[in-house]
Design a protein around this ligand. Sequence first.
Ligand code: SF4
Ligand code: SF4
Length: 87
Amino acid sequence: MAFLITEDCIMCQVCEEQCPNMAISQNGDGYDIDPYLCTECVGHSGTPQCIEGCPIGAILPHPDFRETQRELEEKFILITDLLAVSA
Ligand code: SF4
Ligand code: SF4
């Protein structure tokens, strides 16, 4: 599943810097995670890096994006191709 950032976010930027998929961006009042770019860090790390780094626990599972390990792996391959094209 993808993750989302709650209104508790204190805008420390840690998660944005740690996301390997560039799925996290500032939205003015806080930060957002693009659920179509979040793979739970599958393909990069064994644990979600944004959750590991958030100092206040402001990142939670997204209820509308529940994906299997295989779906996340396929998403990772697709995103990697997209990022390579846009680089
Ligand atoms: Fe980015 Fe990983 Fe967090 Fe998803 S779990 S938003 S891919 S750092
Ligand atoms: Fe907000 Fe947590 Fe990301 Fe910092 S790490 S910007 S507090 S969600």
